[in-house]
Design a protein around this ligand. Structure first.
Ligand SMILES: Nc1ncnc2c1ncn2[C@@H]1O[C@H](COP(=O)(O)OP(=O)(O)O)[C@@H](O)[C@H]1O
Ligand SMILES: [Mg+2]
Length: 375
């Protein structure tokens, strides 16, 4: 079973030990095309075919990063290291091969196919170049929420009852109780998750399964709806040095009236903008010690079972009995630097007393330690 980690409940963290070596770091990323960049405006083929339809969906690039994030990351790493930017495109392999960096800081979400997050780590493995974060196997599994749930279920980690559907026939005899959630099986950053993903009857279920399979060209993941409070848990480090940052709650009581209680695409990218304050996040979450312990335990077990490395963020929601259930794990968590944008990992790090620079260098330090580059 899962190895017990006695230190997991200790907090607040965290000042990472200072680097005693200056590393040559390559920072690899995918940048949102609407930001200032020469990156070609490609449409990832997991969505509409760019030849038959040149209009990407509104959420096509939601997983990718902006220059604001990439530059903040670069500045943070440059406090201690030499940094070269490597765009995670088709030239990346040759760039890494020429550069031979000591280590790669990887935030690349990739563009093509369900293995898109695994491509950079796989090529770095081939070149024997160390990198931050989880390996290709873990990234590939975690992008597929159904495969992740199958593994969690094997280890007895509670998660909502689910079914993967590719067409209407697959849901004809579904014996789940409404309401349900319907989402793309392999996406992140709330892509494909709108208020309509919360379905109350068979008609809505059919229409959502159609929407996901047509618009996102992938299977629909149907889950029983977890109606309780929602938390997200940022985790940093490896082995006995793993730390859980202060828990964030998305407080649905503070959602505008009539909005479905989901951390949906609308909530993440439309309701919550730099201009309009969206104050629904409590960190640290206001929870009793028993619940806190349960949430930390399930989050850390999930991290270990999926063999995550260096950092990740686990989404957890309470079921109808008030018990924590895992929604998903994000081994490449979003790290928007601007506090007004409510990016979860940096928010939890700030509450733990870390600056953005501390947070980024802690991830690098954890990776460098794994590869025995630092003590
Ligand atoms: N089974 C579920 N029950 C209740 N809410 C859910 C469920 N699945 C997803 N959600 C809601 O939708 C949000 C986004 O789902 P998630 O699977 O985390 O997608 P993403 O990868 O886009 O973050 C969650 O934060 C939660 O609010
Ligand atoms: Mg999520």
């Amino acid at each position: 079973m899962v190895k017990k980690n006695k230190k997991y409940f200790k907090g607040p963290v965290i000042l990472f030990p200072l680097f005693n070596v200056r590393l040559n770091v390559a920072l690899t990323f995918n940048v949102k095309p609407e930001s200032e960049t020469t990156f070609p405006a490609i449409v990832p083929p997991n969505q509409k075919n760019p030849i038959s339809n040149t209009q990407p969906s509104t959420d096509t690039y939601a997983e990718w990063d902006t220059w604001e994030t990439i530059n903040a990351l670069k500045d943070s790493l440059e406090q201690y290291h030499n940094v070269t930017l490597v765009e995670a495109n088709e030239d990346a392999f040759n760039r890494f091969r020429e550069l031979q960096p000591d280590i790669v800081f990887n935030i690349a979400e990739g563009a093509y196919g369900v293995s898109r997050e695994t491509q950079i780590p796989a090529m770095l493995d081939m070149l024997q170049i160390p990198y931050t974060g989880s390996d290709a196997l873990t990234l590939g599994i975690c992008l597929d929420k159904a495969r992740t749930k199958e593994i969690l279920s094997y280890y007895g980690i509670q998660n909502a009852k689910f079914k993967v559907a590719d067409n209407i026939d697959d849901i004809k005899n579904l014996s789940f109780d409404f309401p349900l959630m319907v989402k793309p099986v392999c996406e992140g950053s709330s892509k494909g998750i709108y208020s309509s993903s919360f379905v109350r009857n068979e008609h809505e279920l059919y229409s959502e399964v159609n929407r996901i399979t047509n618009e996102y060209n992938q299977s629909a993941l149907i889950e029983e709806f977890l109606p309780g409070r929602e938390f997200t848990i940022a985790i940093l480090g490896n082995g006995s040095d793993t730390r859980i940052l202060p828990i964030i709650e998305i407080v649905y009581d503070r959602y505008p009236e009539g909005i479905v209680p989901l951390y949906s695409y609308e909530a993440k990218w439309i309701l919550d903008t730099k201009e309009s304050e969206f104050d629904v996040f409590d960190c640290p979450a206001n929870i009793d010690p028993v619940l806190e312990e349960k949430i930390k335990r399930i989050a850390l077990d999930t991290y270990n079972i999926l063999r995550c490395k260096d950092w990740s963020r686990v989404d957890v929601r309470l079921d109808k009995n008030g018990e924590p259930s895992v929604i998903e794990i994000n081994p490449l968590p979003g790290i928007i630097p601007d506090p007004t944008e409510n990016s979860s990992f940096p928010k939890a790090a700030r509450v733990a007393g870390m600056t953005y620079e501390d947070m980024i260098n802690s991830v690098l330090y954890a990776a460098a330690q794994r590869y025995s580059m630092v003590k």
